[in-house]
Design a protein around this ligand. Structure first.
Ligand code: NAD
Length: 292
């Protein structure tokens, strides 16, 4: 298949490389990042999109996606599919899909879970919004870049699934960290805490698979000085998207709002930037009841 790939950073670079390694003809464009192995450089985003059956974007945010989409949609062949894999706001995903449909092109929002390791290994999970026909067109590419693709519904449904999942993740990570901080002060050994909670009703992915306490549970960023992993500022980005969506849909998400505010403080007023999002544990453990 002929593929255009725009946004070749930490995630897009290895994804494009995997598509090229599987034998697809990939034309890439990025403002700064180097061309991955096997990918042919295009001079502009429109040039990367021209003649492609599928155009994939992997960009920082919704504003940049909207600008890139406005450039590439007119350059795409009739019936070609624009597949955005970035994490962006639901409204931008829907606006881009409407613009593509009006021009006779397909569109999918297909954000991913699995991080940089999953992008390199081709084991991402895709959560996808858009028409069944567009999903079927891109499905063979999802199978190369990932291990699972779930068609969640119409345009915007993929981004909705992503931010709902990550809102749960942000909230459960904070809850897990504050429970460890309380257990510390109650004199409970962290390993015993893990042994009980990981097999009791307080269990979660944050506790069982990504334990924020060093030396406890399976290997996680906590065992590597809280080097990301999943950086706190990326969690903050996703939590803010969840609150933007909650505002626009008039949904009551008090725990999501509190998690957003805590990660905002951690990243923007403290030392959270560049640390894994599970570094919320040392932050909370160092504080007392009266901390501002
Ligand atoms: P990144 O900053 O490494 O890559 C983004 C790339 O887009 C950069 O190379 C940049 O030069 C390029 N770019 C920006 N504007 C452009 C334009 N107008 N035209 C062409 N290229 C442009 O970011 P990343 O870590 O690869 O993340 C990409 C997306 O994936 C984000 O939306 C992020 O939220 C999401 N995501 C990231 C992770 C992760 O662990 N890094 C996990 C899941 C989802």
């Amino acid at each position: 298949m002929r593929i255009g790939f725009i946004g070749l950073g930490n995630m897009g670079g290895p994804m494009a490389k995997n598509l090229a390694a599987a034998g697809h003809a990939v034309q890439g464009f990025d403002l700064a990042a180097p061309m991955p192995e096997g990918v042919t450089a295009a001079a502009t985003a429109a040039e990367a999109a021209a003649g492609a059956e599928v155009v994939i974007t992997m960009l920082p945010n919704g504003q940049i996606l909207r600008a890139v989409a406005a450039e590439v949609i007119p350059a795409m062949a009739p019936g070609a599919v624009l597949c955005d894999c970035s994490t962006v706001d639901v409204d931008s995903a829907r606006a881009v899909a409407d613009q593509a449909a009006a021009a006779g092109k397909g569109a999918l929002d297909a954000p991913v879970s699995g991080g940089i390791g999953g992008a390199a290994a081709g084991t991402l999970t895709f959560m996808v919004g858009g028409t069944p026909a567009a999903f079927e067109t891109v499905r063979p590419l999802f199978d190369i870049m990932g291990q699972k693709a779930v068609h969640c519904g119409e345009s915007g449904a993929g981004q909705a699934a992503k931010i709902c999942n990550n809102m749960i993740l942000g909230v459960t990570m904070i809850a897990t960290c504050e429970a460890f901080a309380l257990a510390d002060k109650l004199g409970l050994d962290r390993q015993k805490m893990f042994d009980v909670v990981s097999t009791s009703s307080g269990y979660s992915w944050s506790m069982n698979a990504y334990c924020p306490a060093p030396g406890v549970g399976p290997a996680s960023p906590a065992d590597n000085g809280y080097k990301p992993g999943f950086a706190a500022e990326l969690m903050l980005k996703d939590l803010r998207l969840s609150q933007q969506a909650a505002d626009s849909a008039d949904a009551d998400t008090p725990m999501g709002a509190l998690a957003t505010s805590l990660y905002g403080q951690f990243v923007e007023a403290e030392d959270g930037r560049g640390r894994d999002f599970s570094a919320m544990l040392p932050r909370l453990a160092a504080r007392g009841r009266g901390a501002a």
